[in-house]
Design a protein around this ligand. Structure first.
Ligand code: NAG
Ligand code: NAG
Ligand code: NAG
Ligand code: NAG
Length: 420
């Protein structure tokens, strides 16, 4: 087994805000977050401010305009690790000095782009209070509340998670309001917009969480049902070494929540770009993150994790590779762990491009021995021999592969989930 237990995770983000004097944890009506500053929770654990993905990488020419996001991160560690992002889909492009975080006239917390005079993001709560205020709480929850009644919370960041399962946050369904909290992976190391993978309560109603390819709701892994102590497919949870867990299902809500047993530990559980859940633990002595577990364990169990026309091999140093005759479609995206584009043919197919005639085509099949067959095969009953199966595939320019065992299976368009 070549699977490493501890993987270092490069997080390509950099903190923009310099440490500021007299940090505050609140914004009140009429106030704005001062430029270059951040809110810091009273216990000093979390900070809220603007950050941008690292643009020092070779893939970002120096003139590339920076993309700014409002996020919450651990204030005490030097590796910026956003655990929540407000405007993941709407970065502010250019200079952050044009942005203003303030309580708008309607009482909502909002980000304004002063250059374009537009609202980039808002909490969009229905406000019932005369005056509101914003507090970054000690647990990392950003709340918008009635300024004169601290129990009247109008909006909270815990209800709108990004790619991180937040400690102490209810993760699941509010049956009264219909709010369903879903974790969605990032697109790439440089782009925190919604990516390909989702973690949510099983939509069929079972008491478990499922990992799915968001676009098509294809489930590729599930936690197993809650048995009162832990989820059946994660027996490791029963040890309760780091966390205490609860799964609540009543008339009002259905959710999972976990809390740290050792309050000072810094840990983060997130849905990675690849579609894998990862739990990281901050190593104070080494000043770096260590991965303490991944789910599912085998990366190749994740639907389309390497993208189309790739081969997944979890025992190889490089898990994702192109099928022979194909090359990575976008090396820049691939490097940033966005493999959605997968690989493309080095030489385009003759079929469908130059000449539709099967007899004239120069296309040939290439045999891939020793692989697990991709999912979503189409069975052609009429083809009774390997040659007939090959012909059936050649007859249709959308057909990209065939396999003949007892029956003829063919695949159309993108070939996904090929594994060694
Ligand atoms: C404060 O807000 C809570 C929650 O909305 C409400 O139940 C309570 O009555 C409010 N208290 C006062 C004094 O208005
Ligand atoms: C997701 O679905 C939309 C709409 O069908 C499509 O435009 C988009 O390309 C899909 N994305 C991926 C990554 O498949
Ligand atoms: C396709 O190839 C055949 C055989 O070489 C030729 O007769 C035919 O004209 C070609 N058709 C087109 C559209 O190029
Ligand atoms: C090729 O196969 C696809 C998928 O079954 C089908 O939609 C398409 O009509 C076929 N094209 C031809 C020319 O037979």
């Amino acid at each position: 087994m070549l699977r490493t237990f501890i993987i270092l995770v490069p997080l390509l983000f950099s903190i923009h805000s310099p440490a500021c004097s007299a940090a505050t944890d609140t914004i009140s009506a009429g106030e704005a977050l001062p430029k270059d500053e951040k809110l810091v929770s009273r216990n000093g654990r979390f900070a809220l401010g603007f950050f941008h993905p690292d643009t020092d990488s070779k893939f970002f020419p120096r003139h590339t305009l920076k993309h700014w996001y409002l996020g919450i991160w651990f204030d005490k560690i030097p590796v910026l690790t956003p655990i929540w992002i407000a405007n993941r889909e709407n970065p502010i492009v250019g200079h952050h000095r044009v942005t203003k975080l303030t309580i708008a006239s309607d009482g909502n917390l909002a980000i304004f782009n002063q250059a374009t005079r537009s609202t980039v993001w808002s909490t969009h709560a229905s406000i019932t209070a005369k005056k509101t205020m914003v507090v970054l709480q000690d647990n990392g929850n950003l709340i918008l509340r009635d300024a004169s009644n601290s129990s009247n919370v109008l909006w909270q960041s815990f209800d709108y998670p990004t790619d991180v399962m937040l400690i102490g946050a209810k993760f699941g369904l509010d049956k009264v309001t219909g709010l369903n909290r879903v974790i969605v992976s990032k697109k790439s190391l440089a782009d925190p917009a919604a990516g390909l993978y989702c973690l949510e309560l099983d939509p069929t109603g079972a008491n478990q969480y499922v990992l799915e390819f968001c676009n098509s709701s294809i489930v590729y892994w599930s936690t197993g049902e809650w048995n009162g102590q832990f989820f059946n497919s994660i027996p490791e949870m029963s040890g309760r070494t780091l966390f205490d867990f609860k799964f609540i299902n009543n008339n009002q809500e259905k959710y999972f929540v976990f809390n740290l047993l050792e309050k000072d530990l810094i840990t983060v559980c997130f849905l990675d770009i690849s579609g894998q859940m990862k739990q990281l633990l901050w190593l104070e002595n080494k000043q770096e993150w260590a991965t303490i577990y991944t789910l599912p364990k085998d990366l190749c169990d994740i639907y389309a994790t390497c993208g189309p026309f790739t081969v997944c091999n979890s025992n190889a140093l490089q898990v994702c590779d192109c099928i022979k005759g194909f090359s990575v479609r976008s090396p820049k995206d691939w490097e940033l762990e966005d493999r959605a584009g997968g690989c493309i043919r080095n030489t385009p197919l003759d079929c469908g491009t130059k000449n539709q005639s099967r007899t004239a085509t120069t296309d040939k099949f290439y045999s891939l021995p020793g692989i697990g067959l991709p999912t979503e095969a189409n069975i052609i009953e009429a083809a009774r021999t390997a040659d007939q199966c090959a012909l059936a595939c050649q007859n249709n320019c959308s057909c990209t592969a065939y396999s003949y065992g007892n029956r003829c299976s063919v695949w159309y368009d993108d070939l996904l989930n090929v594994r060694v």
